[in-house]
Design a protein around this ligand. Structure first.
Ligand code: OAD
Length: 243
């Protein structure tokens, strides 16, 4: 922990890369090994354009369930710690695969959302995008302009990532000298390329996760534990290094 804090405090362009694990302690279940109601569905079976075409109500039931969980969720100490690192001038940005918006809610200013945001919907007929403030009511929801079927404005398997977000993430990763990877299985591409790009360009990689991840092979440091416990301790150490 001290070594990671020292490297982080000494870095010039540190970036965080986060996944579902960072929101686990806010009560938002992770995708793999999530448990509960949806365990019998794999994300690859629900989060696809084909699944939506086949059964939009099923897919919307899943997203409505996630919207409700997220609506009731608050940022946890892990989100707050990352926002604090940005305020301290230590972290340049958070690149996240999460669609829950909790990094921004915690106060992080530069957040790159690789997989979109669950609080936006897009019409499958006219293509218009709308923000939504609370969980959808009747499902499937309809476009208020043309009556077409609305879908969540998130990235599904087989779909390209939003170009702007992807380019910003690539550029941050290429110039990062430190990447803090938190709560991601690292199993989903192209997102999981981001820490690999950082590593190739010479960044120090620190992985925070209670389990094994597919990114452990590039980790210079691995801190095993829950993000909401580890990250506040890391911030405290970084503060000590800065004074
Ligand atoms: P996963 O569900 O694949 O992985 C969650 C990771 O979080 C695992 O490595 C867990 O060990 C770890 N974890 C669990 N609890 C934790 C805690 N309290 N603190 C820290 N880590 C914890 O989630 P992602 O890697 O984010 O994509 O999944 C990537 C993408 O797959 C998602 O963005 C989503 C999904 O399908 C799309 O929907 C396109």
């Amino acid at each position: 922990m001290e070594e990671v804090a020292r490297a982080l405090a000494a870095s010039k362009s540190a970036v965080a890369f986060t996944g579902a694990g960072v929101s686990a302690e806010s009560g938002v279940p992770t995708f793999r090994g999530a448990g509960g109601l949806w365990e019998r569905y794999r994300p690859e079976e629900l989060a696809t354009p084909e699944a939506f075409e086949r059964d939009p109500v099923l897919v919307w039931r899943w997203y409505k369930w996630r919207q409700e969980l997220i609506y009731a969720a608050d940022p946890n100490p892990a989100h707050l710690a990352l926002a604090e690192l940005e305020r301290l001038g230590v972290l340049k940005a958070v690149i996240t695969q999460n669609v829950d918006g909790l990094h921004r809610k915690a106060g992080s200013r530069r957040v790159v959302e690789l997989h979109g945001n669950i609080w936006r919907v897009r019409c499958t007929s006219c293509g218009r995008e709308f923000p939504v403030e609370k969980p959808v009511g009747e499902i499937p929801p309809r476009c208020p302009i043309c009556g077409g079927l609305l879908r969540p404005a998130v990235v599904w398997f087989g779909e390209p990532l939003p170009r702007g977000a992807w380019e910003e993430a690539l550029s941050l990763a290429s110039s990062a000298d430190f990447m803090l990877v938190v709560g991601t299985s690292g199993a989903v591409y192209p997102a999981a390329h981001i820490p690999r790009v950082a590593k190739r360009n010479g960044a120090v990689i620190a992985v925070v996760d209670p389990g094994e991840t597919a990114l452990d092979d590039i980790a210079d440091f691995k801190i095993r534990g829950k993000a909401a416990e580890i990250l506040p301790r890391l911030v405290a150490e970084v503060r000590r290094c800065l004074t």
